[in-house]
Design a protein around this ligand. Structure first.
Ligand code: NAD
Length: 351
């Protein structure tokens, strides 16, 4: 058994169809909170209002925007202070949870999170905020929601493209957890089960969006993915995605889906667990091919070219990616390796 450090992030997790409606008020009261501030988007605001029905809320902030701009956080904090909020009730996807986390970072208010996508942010200590074009991220126990209510019924309204993209983002959290800096035997265990749940449930949900068992499997897989990612941290794959998203405006989740098999294929020779744990959970002989097959089954894009990267962008992309520090990747990463991964992913070459 290898030596390891495993830090868990305490959160009370309530999971089950209908739990958001049935248990939210009791869970908020359990924290001793009386006047939570609802944080949500315009699209999820009606749901948040319904769920919070029995509670005496301080107010509703529905100005959540992608990438958590600091101005948005200031507005939400101002509303929380003005209304005497004593907790944050976050109802929505990763951007909403991210906004709630930023509020908590500055105010120490406890968060009750009701996730409606598969982002997994609700169980990680990672926060991020954007000021102008600059994104700052960090880790703090202050931002970990105190209670998370996972209700698969709330995810049935996710459009198909968003379901696929969000679930493959969770899949990337699981796969990357096997070689990210904090990877350990416990994150291996959690992430392997996450892979299995997502791979089993996603094709079913894509053909039947209201499939209750499939939606529950995906949300449970997303919870496991977030837990593994929160403890293991991010690695090669997330760093490349971050560069491609920032420099070329490629869509975050689709970039994950396309790139993941190529990064997995690159690391597989030096990370035996990818072959022994992840591939079987995908029902495949190797991880890269298992991921490609899953992506094809759900009709996901197969090349970076399809989602907006041009051949002419390749040199710039390689140069920008190489500005990152890959010292913690288990296989050395230099110019030829980055060029190889990006070229293959750009053209959708077979793995
Ligand atoms: P999102 O939160 O930006 O939501 C996208 C859109 O989907 C929004 O318009 C939202 O209103 C809508 N939506 C949400 N749930 C819905 C539902 N059930 N039905 C219909 N529409 C719904 O997207 P996301 O993919 O959940 O989150 C992405 C963000 O989360 C990224 O910025 C990413 O960096 C961040 N993230 C952070 C962590 C972390 O640990 N800090 C982890 C994963 C993702």
């Amino acid at each position: 058994m290898r030596r390891f450090t495993y830090e868990t992030f305490a959160a009370r997790v309530v999971f089950g169809a209908g739990c958001a409606q049935g248990s939210l008020a009791a869970e908020v009261e359990r924290l001793g909170a009386r006047r939570p501030l609802i944080v949500t988007t315009p699209r999820t605001a009606p749901l948040a209002t319904t769920l919070a029905g029995p509670l005496s809320v301080a107010g509703t902030f529905d100005g959540v925007r992608p990438h958590v701009p600091v101005e948005t956080v200031h507005q939400a904090i101002e509303l929380a202070k003005r209304t005497g909020a004593d907790a944050v009730l976050s109802v929505g996807g990763g951007s909403t949870t991210g906004t709630a986390k930023a509020i908590a970072l500055r105010t120490s208010l406890p968060i009750v999170a009701v996730p409606t996508t598969y982002a997994g942010s609700e169980v990680t200590p990672v926060w991020g905020m954007t000021e102008g074009a600059r994104k700052t991220t960090g880790r703090s126990p202050l931002v970990v929601p105190r209670t998370v209510l996972y209700d698969p019924d709330l995810t049935t309204t996710l459009p198909a493209a968003m379901t696929a993209a969000s679930a493959m983002n969770a899949m990337a959290h699981c796969v990357e957890a096997f070689y990210a800096p904090g990877a350990n035997p416990v994150t291996d265990l959690v992430a392997a089960e996450g892979v299995r749940m997502i791979a089993d449930a996603l094709p079913a949900v894509m053909s039947r969006p209201a499939d209750a068992a499939g939606r529950a499997g995906l949300l449970y897989g997303a919870y496991l993915a977030g837990s593994a990612f929160g403890a293991a941290g991010s690695g090669l794959h997330h760093k490349i995605c971050h560069v491609l998203g920032g420099a070329f405006g490629l869509p975050h989740a689709e970039t994950h889906t396309v790139l993941l098999p190529y990064v997995a294929a690159f690391n597989e020779p030096v990370v035996p667990a990818l072959r022994t744990r992840v591939a079987p959970a995908l029902g495949a002989d190797d991880t890269a091919r298992g991921l490609t097959r899953l992506a094809a089954r759900i009709g996901a894009p197969a090349s970076l070219a399809q989602i907006g990267l041009a051949e002419d962008d390749l040199d710039t992309a390689v140069r920008l990616v190489l500005e990152k520090d890959f010292g913690d990747n288990p296989r050395p990463v230099g110019e030829p390796e980055v060029r190889g991964i990006l070229t293959a992913a750009l053209r959708g070459e077979s793995v």
